[in-house]
Design a protein around this ligand. Structure first.
Ligand SMILES: C[S@@+](CC[C@H](N)C(=O)[O-])C[C@H]1O[C@@H](n2cnc3c(N)ncnc32)[C@H](O)[C@@H]1O
Length: 254
């Protein structure tokens, strides 16, 4: 389905934070749930720890797991600089196997959409179910297909700018191609900057699966976990067709 590893966007942890490091409302939402369980916490697809680190700051025993060595390396450096004892693990959310069990598992940054098939989603949920303590909680979000533009647009659309670690102003544009059969949106992200007057360009690819609430809830039901709550935004607004996101809170039977 894709001829790349789907990690091209995650090859440079420090610059990832330059692009995405703002305070997102999801962090407060997940941190509150984590604190309510008392931990231990497992943050799946933790990236550079943008959520993992705020959870660890609450004094909870915290583990972050991700597939990108660069993202993990920067997460490790940031946590060490704060003296936080986070366990950082390299692993795939579809196949990880740990001895420890967790009271709370999170997965944010729409990382659920890196599960490009229903089989991948099922594998993830099976790993989560296995690693939750009885009564434990798993929370994640995925972009709502009806709240998003799932068209094909091969003309570059402006996206955002940021200043990278070398002080270059980077301008980002995107193109997108939607595969309706597989429900997968293939983005190409193009970054342009100048070095000593020379134009530079880097293109990276990322594919994300879009799953609507009905299909998602059927997959959740098969996992053996129970859907405890579902929201359309971080303020716990109800999920509607216009909601930009589907936030799901799942529980394992006590
Ligand atoms: C958009 S980032 C989100 C990172 C972090 N959760 C955040 O909110 O900033 C997606 C992350 O998912 C990770 N990832 C993608 N597929 C994965 C997989 N199969 N197993 C583990 N991590 C994966 C990537 O390496 C990347 O760090």
């Amino acid at each position: 389905m894709i001829d790349h590893d789907n990690l091209e966007e995650f090859s440079d942890g420090e610059n990832y934070d330059r692009e995405n490091g703002g305070l997102h409302p999801s962090y407060a939402f997940y941190t509150e749930l984590a604190v309510a369980t008392g931990g231990p916490v497992l943050d799946l697809a933790c990236g550079t720890g943008l959520l993992t680190i705020p959870i660890a700051r609450q004094g909870l025993a915290t583990t972050g797991l991700d597939l990108s060595p660069s993202m993990l390396a920067y997460a490790r450096r940031k946590a060490a600089a704060e003296g936080l004892k986070v366990v950082w693990l390299h692993g795939d959310v579809r196949s990880f196997q740990l001895e420890q069990r967790f009271r709370f598992i999170s997965m944010t940054g729409n990382a659920f959409q890196a599960m490009l098939t229903v089989a991948d989603q099922e594998a993830l949920l099976a790993r989560v179910a296995k690693h939750l303590e009885p009564g434990g909680c798993f929370a994640f979000e995925t972009r709502n297909p009806t709240g998003h533009d799932l068209s094909t647009c091969l003309d570059e659309e402006p996206w955002q700018q940021y200043v990278d670690t070398r002080g270059n102003l980077v301008t980002m544009t995107t193109t997108q191609r939607y595969d309706p059969e597989r429900q997968v949106l293939h983005w190409t992200v193009i970054r342009r900057w100048e070095e000593q007057g020379e134009p530079k360009l880097r293109a990276s690819r990322i594919a994300c699966r879009f799953t609507g609430p009905d299909e998602l809830n059927a997959t959740i039901a098969r996992s053996g976990l129970t859907l405890a709550a579902q929201y359309g935004w971080w303020d716990r607004a109800p999920l509607t067709p216009a909601s930009p996101t589907i936030i799901s809170v799942l529980r394992k039977a006590p």
